[in-house]
Design a protein around this ligand. Structure first.
Ligand code: ZN
Length: 270
């Protein structure tokens, strides 16, 4: 493997699905490898509500892993009052730092439009009520997602991030209006991601997060492999190249922004 561009400053993977469903028995090794490579903290968001116990267990055992609870738009048709009650109840756990991931996905449409909207709005309200940021998954649904977030109070108590951002420069003014963060994944390293790369050049530095969204979307240098949090360095490396900055600077700013958004403490390192 090509050597990672890691730096002593450390980095945060703001969105990593390090769970058994994706990593099986290798889960703990993947976590350890990431820490060994300078990933100092990570946020592990829920996609379904059937593994909340596993997420809490991981967070309990690893001081530097935080979790978020939510229902992905693919599963939105399964949203019930019980879902909301479960997220609300478990969110009193001190390692639950956000609501999500949730949002709209009109590319796959695994759940129908109305179920997705209902599920997304409910989680926006929950996030606001719990005073936790929301982690937004948005695919082919920009205008509707922007409108919903605005109506649900973005910038007025509702805070959050567009995770695994796939938009272009044209989406940034609306995101700035909502006062949301933008999280870049390995997609920004793909040679054909030109509009996304243009956007990456102009997002204000105090709004940038980096993530892997592992096990999906391995960055170009490790494309074809299963993605894992240590490869978040390649995302920072690409952003540094696009912005005429350094890996260290991007890692530091993104870590500061992630800590601010999710109210994370400075990490405990041993
Ligand atoms: Zn995700």
């Amino acid at each position: 493997m090509k050597e990672l561009p890691k730096h002593s400053v450390g980095i945060i993977d703001s969105h990593a699905h390090v769970v058994k469903e994706f990593f099986g028995e290798e889960r703990e090794e993947v976590i350890q490898r990431s820490f060994d490579q300078g990933v100092v903290q990570m946020v592990n968001p829920g996609v379904v509500l059937t593994n909340v116990g596993e997420l809490v267990d991981i967070a309990d055992r690893h001081p530097n892993i935080y979790i978020a609870l939510g229902l992905h738009p693919h599963e939105a048709k399964d949203w019930t009052q019980d879902s909301e009650d479960l997220i609300e109840k478990m969110s009193s756990h001190p390692k639950v730092v956000g609501v999500g991931e949730c949002g709209l996905d009109f590319f796959y449409n695994n759940s129908d439009h109305d179920s997705q909207v209902k599920c997304f709005r409910a989680q926006c309200r929950l996030a606001k009520r719990l005073n936790k940021p929301i982690i937004v998954h948005c695919r082919d649904a920009w205008d509707e997602a922007f409108d919903i977030l605005q109506e649900e109070g973005a910038g007025k108590g509702l805070r959050g991030v567009f995770h695994c951002f796939t938009g272009g420069p044209e989406h940034l003014p609306r995101i700035a209006e909502l006062d949301f963060y933008v999280s870049f994944s390995g997609i920004v390293t793909f040679p054909n991601a030109k509009a996304l790369q243009e956007a990456a050049k102009t997002v204000p530095e105090n709004r940038i997060l980096v993530e892997t969204d592992c096990p999906f979307l391995a960055p170009q240098k490790v494309r074809g492999k299963k993605n894992e949090p240590q490869y978040v360095w390649y995302v920072a490396e690409k952003l540094a190249e696009l912005r005429g900055s350094s890996v260290e600077q991007i890692a530091r700013s993104a870590a500061d922004n992630t800590r601010l958004l999710f109210s994370l403490p400075v990490p405990i390192l041993n």
